[in-house]
Design a protein around this ligand. Structure first.
Ligand code: URA
Length: 244
């Protein structure tokens, strides 16, 4: 006979509910005192009740709650919003995460206001740190529409590590011209980098005399931008989707 031992940390009922529901701690306290919450079938009105999320069954207004310590989402970021938790002037990427609990979520890295495409958003701080660590060299691929075609020599400069005016040249990158995606007099390039310097892609093209007119991130770590995910839409994903 084996004893099942739970190693999950005990949580206060109000903290648990504000983690799993899109409500603040104050709102959750009101819900609890209104006798709307049961723990293992028994109404619980003590906000400080200590529960074990791995074994206790918590219902709010008769609906079962699910505890997920870490949550992962992919947003297809549209142009015009900033990668920030809040901003006085512009919409933020967080504004697109409708009907979910966004309290502890943050974007992993940032895309410029005019950049579109794949943005990972999570509450897993350790994963976020690892994915952004300069030591981990996580791959990011962009589709860049630029105003001047590059020579073979210029492509080679990018491939071997171009100097963009920082202390050190960029790490080697992979660049490919995609003629089938050229449009409106612009030339399409796929560029894969393993760093995250400020405006890096735009500065890499500028360094060879070409200007990025439209930039879309198409992949990050093991994630690729899903064609069916419309601009401004998001979807829930798993840790395995990110790590591959
Ligand atoms: N490089 C850029 O120049 N901009 C981005 O948004 C991302 C990478």
């Amino acid at each position: 006979m084996y004893a099942i031992i739970s190693f999950m940390k005990k949580l206060r009922l109000d903290k648990y509910l504000s983690d799993v529901l899109p409500y603040s701690r104050a709102e959750v306290k009101k819900i609890i005192t209104k006798e709307s919450v049961t723990v293992n079938g028994v109404i619980e009105t003590d906000c400080g009740y200590k529960l074990d999320p791995s074994t206790d069954k918590i219902l709010c207004d008769g609906e079962e709650t699910v505890y997920e310590p870490f949550r992962y989402y992919v947003l297809n970021k549209p142009a015009g919003c900033v990668t920030a938790l809040s901003d006085d002037r512009f919409p933020t990427v967080m504004d697109y995460l409708k009907d979910i609990n966004t309290k502890d979520l943050s974007p992993v890295g940032r895309l410029d206001k005019d950049t579109e495409g794949l943005l990972l958003i999570t509450n897993d701080g350790k994963l976020s740190h690892d994915l952004l660590s300069p030591k981990k060299h996580v791959k990011k691929t962009y589709l860049a529409l630029v105003d001047r075609i590059l020579s073979a020599k210029e492509e080679e400069m990018i491939e071997t590590g171009i100097d963009i005016g920082d202390d050190k040249p960029c790490l080697p990158a992979v660049i490919e011209h995609l003629p089938s995606l050229d449009k409106d007099g612009l030339f399409a390039y796929s560029l894969t980098i393993t760093e995250g310097r400020y405006h890096q892609v735009k500065r890499m093209f500028e360094a060879v005399g070409s200007n990025v007119k439209k930039l879309t991130r198409t992949s990050f770590a093991a994630l690729t931008l899903d064609d069916s995910l419309e601009k401004g839409s998001f979807k829930k994903i798993s840790l395995n989707d990110i790590l591959g």
